[in-house]
Each structure stands twice: as structure tokens, then as C-alpha cells.
Design a protein around this ligand. Structure first.
Ligand SMILES: [Zn+2]
Length: 391
């Protein structure tokens, strides 16, 4: 099949005017101008007309478990109130509710042009019952603060589910393939809890039985960096990768000493910022410029619908560009394509339109203005293809 569009935004070189992509099965076999592609490839020609064709978007942080909680949690007075509210809602959910919620989330994410997703789940035992319509990296969430020993049980369950499941996700063949994710330094309350052993989150977690002896003295980042398996101990292995790969969500609260610590880290981790969830909570400003300067790979994610309105990454892009008007539209688009592909160690297969890559593509209207400007202003449902199939 040949897909023609007025612009091909490969993210692997300059945009190609009057371009085309040749697709063979689920993969991209070639990309170039329409004339070049037509001369070298046969098959059905699908003309997308006045549109920009770009790589499918990648959501680097999401909890599809909570799709059904959209609009159900009133704006909280504090982060701990929000956790209380979400816990109360979660207690009402059956396994069937969770399955329905995750399925609805997948459908919505895909409708808005997301073709790959890093999804945290608190119910890893259900993964085998799902057939994700988009590429999915599952992360089993270790959420019960009262029973740290249950962590092993959850991990075992997740690995078992993945082994018998549809084949996406973790299933590491070697240690350097392990991806880990955590929420870190998200709220001022988390900072107060760890550094000062005080505040509403400290009270709340103490009340529900968390062991609090690690609080008082260190910032969340300092605790994370000092923990086993954390980036301080990461050493690049032979193929240049670091082990294991950390994808850190949020990192809103940073002290001056935290920034000095980040500067000295031998291996930089990947970061996910969720612009609309950030605005919902009114967190401290995300220090994008500083983190970019320190060479952190910044990606965007929607987080869950317990703190967001929908699963559109285009809406996250628009929010980000409003907050950071000096960041170029092309760089912003990288945060939902090239950067998360790198975080997921899929830089050759996802996030770019290139030979051999997965045929995961989206197209949005092109009105003849700035290509990247128009893409980041897009508000709607794009044309979507996953693995060579129009959805
Ligand atoms: Zn989250």
C-alpha cells in the first residue's frame, strides 16, 4: 500500500512535501516524495489529501484503570484528599468494571491518535483478559503502602499474566530490557512528608499504616537516588544502554540540592510530564528548561482520568505549548514521538517514519501554514493507522 499526503512529517529529517509512505504488512517499507515512492513500489494508492502524515503518538504515562473515574473526583483541596477520594472510588470497582474501564481507555486513546502507551495498572492479574488495540507496555503498580512484601507477589502475578497474555509488554529477556517507572516528587505534600516528616500526606499515610521511618531529612529525589537499583548505581553496559531503564513521572518538586544532585547523575533517566494533570493539581511549575539543559529525555503523558478530562495527547501538546511558548513546535512534537520511543527503547521501531519501522501513523489536516505549528494546534480526532491497518 502507498499512502500519499501533502506533507510527511518523518521526525527523522525535514518534512517531505507531496510525500508518500510505502507499507508492506505491518511495517513501513519506504518513505520519500510521492514520485519516488510511486516509481519504486506498487500496490493500492491511498491519497490522504491535504494532510500531514506523522508517526503515531506515544503516551508515556497513563493509568487506563481509572478511565471510568472521569469527572467523578471533585477538584481536591490537597493531594492527600485526592488519594483518599480515588481510594474510595477504587473500592467500589469490580474486576469487570476495571476491564471495561481499561477497554474504554484504549479506544479513547486510539481515537485521539495514540498508537503506543506506557500503562500502569493496579490489577495486573487482568492483563491476560485484554487484547490491546495499540502497542502497550504494562507496568504493574505496587500501590499498597502497608504491605511492601506484597510487592513480590504483584510482580509474580504480572509476569505470569504477561507470559500467558497477548505478548505485549515487559517480559524481559535480559536485565537490560527491564523498564521501571515511578511517580516521584509530584506534590509539595510529598516533599513535606519525606523531607520534614510532616503535612497532610504524612498524616494520611501514617494513619493507614505505612512505615514512616524513612521520612524526615531527605527529599523524595534523594531517597530515590540512594535506593538499590536507582540511577546512581546505573552503569552503562556494553551496548551503551543503562540498566535498568527508569521512566520517572512528574518531578515537579525540586530543591536546589536536588538540582545539584541531578547534575551529577552519571546516567540520566527519562521523564514524563503530564501538563493537564499538573494544572489540575496546581503543582509547582515544571522546570522544563532546566531539566532539558541537564539532558533529561522529557516525554508527555496524560496520566489518568482521575485528574484529566480525556486521553488526547494533542490536548497535552496544546497545554504544554501554552505554558512554554518559547519551546519550538517541533520539539514539543518530539515529546510524544521520538522521546517516548527512546524511553521505551523502541527508537528504531516507533516515533519516526522510517524504513523498517512499525506502520503506526496518524494524519491531521494541513492548511498550508507552518507544518509543526499546525500539528501542535490540532484539536480533534486524527486519521489513525496501527500496524498497517486503518482503525
Ligand atoms: Zn500517574
Amino acid at each position: 500500500m502507498i499512502l500519499r499526503a501533502s506533507v510527511i512529517v518523518t521526525m527523522d529529517g525535514p518534512p517531505i512535501r507531496n510525500g508518500a509512505v510505502a507499507i508492506s504488512g505491518a511495517r513501513i517499507s519506504d518513505v520519500g516524495t510521492f514520485e519516488q515512492i510511486k516509481a519504486h513500489h506498487s500496490g493500492e494508492i491511498v491519497d490522504l489529501g491535504e494532510r500531514s502524515l506523522l508517526p503515531g503518538l506515544i503516551n508515556a504515562h497513563c493509568h487506563l484503570d481509572y478511565t471510568c473515574l472521569r469527572g467523578r473526583i471533585p477538584r481536591p483541596n490537597s493531594f492527600s484528599d485526592w488519594i483518599r477520594a480515588i481510594n474510595a472510588e477504587r473500592a467500589k470497582l469490580s474486576e469487570a468494571d476495571y476491564l471495561e474501564s481499561v477497554r474504554a481507555g484504549f479506544a479513547e486513546a486510539m481515537k485521539f491518535g495514540t498508537t503506543a502507551i506506557a500503562n500502569l495498572t493496579a490489577v495486573p492479574q487482568l492483563i491476560s483478559q485484554l487484547e490491546p488495540p495499540i502497542r502497550t507496555w504494562w507496568f504493574a503498580e505496587l500501590i499498597d503502602v502497608r504491605q511492601p512484601r506484597r510487592a513480590k507477589e504483584v510482580v509474580d502475578l504480572a509476569v505470569e499474566a504477561l507470559d500467558s497474555g497477548p505478548g505485549w509488554g515487559l517480559a524481559p529477556h535480559a536485565l537490560y530490557n527491564v523498564l521501571l517507572t515511578t511517580h516521584l516528587a509530584e506534590s509539595p505534600e510529598e516533599m513535606a512528608m519525606f523531607r520534614d516528616a510532616s503535612g497532610p500526606l504524612h498524616e494520611f499515610l501514617k494513619e493507614i499504616g505505612r512505615e514512616m521511618s524513612d521520612c524526615g531529612g531527605k527529599t523524595p529525589l534523594e531517597i530515590f537516588i540512594g535506593a538499590p537499583g536507582s540511577p546512581r548505581r546505573i552503569r552503562p553496559v556494553a551496548d551503551g544502554r543503562a540498566l535498568p531503564g527508569w521512566i520517572i513521572a512528574h518531578l515537579n518538586e525540586l530543591t536546589e540540592s536536588d538540582c545539584a544532585l541531578l547534575e551529577k547523575l552519571p546516567a540520566k533517566f527519562h521523564l514524563v510530564h503530564s501538563p493537564r494533570s499538573h494544572a489540575y493539581f496546581g503543582h509547582s511549575p515544571f522546570q522544563f528548561e532546566r531539566l532539558r539543559q541537564l539532558d533529561f529525555n522529557v516525554c508527555l503523558g496524560t496520566d489518568s482520568l482521575a485528574s484529566n478530562d480525556d486521553l488526547s495527547l494533542f490536548a497535552e501538546i496544546r497545554q504544554f505549548s501554552k505554558t512554554f511558548p518559547n519551546v519550538s513546535p517541533e520539539e514539543i512534537l518530539r515529546m510524544v514521538t521520538v522521546n517516548p520511543a527512546q524511553a521505551l527503547r523502541q527508537e528504531n521501531a516507533l516515533g519516526k517514519i522510517r524504513r523498517g519501522g512499525h506502520a503506526d501513523l496518524v494524519a491531521v489536516p494541513f492548511r498550508g501554514g507552518g507544518v509543526f505549528e499546525e500539528i501542535i494546534a490540532f484539536d480533534g480526532e486524527p486519521w489513525v493507522m496501527v500496524a498497517g491497518t486503518r482503525t
